[in-house]
Design a protein around this ligand. Structure first.
Ligand SMILES: C[S@@+](CC[C@H](N)C(=O)[O-])C[C@H]1O[C@@H](n2cnc3c(N)ncnc32)[C@H](O)[C@@H]1O
Length: 358
């Protein structure tokens, strides 16, 4: 809702809308369905994978093949405990900690499902099915103590495919009314600090609007691992999505968890803000939702970074007396995107910041 409202309020059809830290791709989708040229970036290959699947307009033949896969192949997935599937053998390193008792049956069934993806007609279909397995695998394994029975897992996959297909059809309908140039987003997989050196920005394209949620100071989110049976981490999402992995948690949060003063965070954040300024038009707005581990101290430092990076704050809505409006804070709704915010009180409040590139 936040991204859609910001795009509606601060851009027009045909404008370039950028999210340099797109995560699950909300900004990209909201921009696409409003006829904007959407550019999304994230240094996590998994985020790029999920956003690519969510923004793919599948054809009728592809939708039918996926429904058949959900209705015929998925219910028939079963395994003999003593037989390993090729996917499982090859990928044992990428399935670390999935040999725990509560995860093993799910791992085997996912491995079998991955083995059977070659029956799907296109790479887009195979990615879509991988994404359904990713969604359900996360639901069944991440942060769970209870073993999900296989019948339930299979039903969840079927439900996920149907839900995702409904969303894909709705997206196709909405974007089909839009000039062809804006139908596909441009997705990038780089550190946002080097955005200016990448096509299309290196060729002179500039964003009219940036809508984003960067990593948060003092709050460490586990973007790249699931936690199985308590706190045992697994890189399995990358195995399921067939994406590259290999980085530590600090990589995805601007800073190491031990950086309690958040100095490293603010250094990295400034680097990305400077890069962001270079890829925006003069006067363009950046609208961001940010949470802080230590709100009083971190908000002040964040605003200083914005100034140094080349942005001035705007309070877009005047209050009843005509004065500048207070910033909008909100309580975070249920988190998706494999966030792990357990026990972090401040992270449940986020602020909307609006800045102009000067
Ligand atoms: C708070 S999340 C974004 C959530 C997103 N708005 C959504 O709705 O899913 C921050 C994202 O920034 C990405 N990220 C972290 N450091 C980055 C960097 N230096 N460059 C690009 N992306 C980065 C993380 O991988 C993560 O997906």
């Amino acid at each position: 809702m936040f991204a859609g409202a910001a795009i509606e309020a601060f851009s027009r059809p045909g404008d370039v809308v950028l999210d340099p830290h797109m995560g699950g791709g909300t900004t990209v989708i909201e921009a696409l369905v409003r006829g904007r040229h959407a550019i999304g970036n994230d240094l996590n290959s998994l985020a790029v994978f999920v956003t690519r699947v969510k923004t793919t307009c599948l054809g009728d033949r592809e939708c039918a093949a996926l429904l058949r896969w959900a209705d015929d192949t998925v219910p028939a997935l079963s395994y003999r405990a003593d037989v390993d599937s090729p996917n499982q053998v090859i990928c044992s390193r990428r399935t670390r900690n999935l040999s725990l008792a509560m995860a093993r049956p799910i791992k085997k069934i996912i491995a079998l499902a991955l083995d059977g993806l070659s029956s799907l007609p296109t790479e887009r279909c195979r990615e879509f099915a991988r994404c359904a397995l990713l969604n359900v695998g996360q639901l069944a394994l991440n942060g769970r103590k209870r073993t999900t029975p296989l019948w339930e897992f299979r039903e969840l996959v079927q439900g996920a495919v149907r839900e995702m297909l409904a969303a894909a059809r709705a997206l196709r309908e909405r974007v089909s009314a839009i000039p062809s140039a804006a139908r596909l987003p441009m997705l990038m997989n780089v550190n946002s600090a080097v955005l200016a050196e990448q096509v299309p920005f290196s060729q002179g394209v500039r964003a009219d609007l940036v809508v984003t949620s960067p990593p948060y100071p003092g709050i460490h989110i586990l973007y790249h691992r699931w936690q199985v049976d308590g706190r045992r981490e697994t890189p399995a999402p990358y195995w399921i999505a067939a994406c590259n992995d290999g980085r530590g948690n600090a990589f995805y949060n601007f800073a190491d968890r031990r950086d309690t003063a958040a100095d490293g965070y603010f250094e990295e954040s400034l680097r990305t803000l400077r890069a962001l300024r270079r890829v925006m038009k003069d006067g363009a707005l950046v609208v961001q939702m940010v949470a802080f581990g230590d709100p009083k101290n971190h908000l002040r430092r964040y605003l200083t970074n914005m100034l140094v990076g080349g942005f001035e704050e705007v309070r877009p809505l005047a209050d009843a007396a005509g004065g500048a409006c207070r910033r909008i804070w909100r309580t975070v709704p249920r988190r998706r995107w494999h966030a792990n915010l357990k026990g972090d009180l401040h992270s449940s409040r986020e602020v909307v910041l609006v800045h102009r590139a000067v």
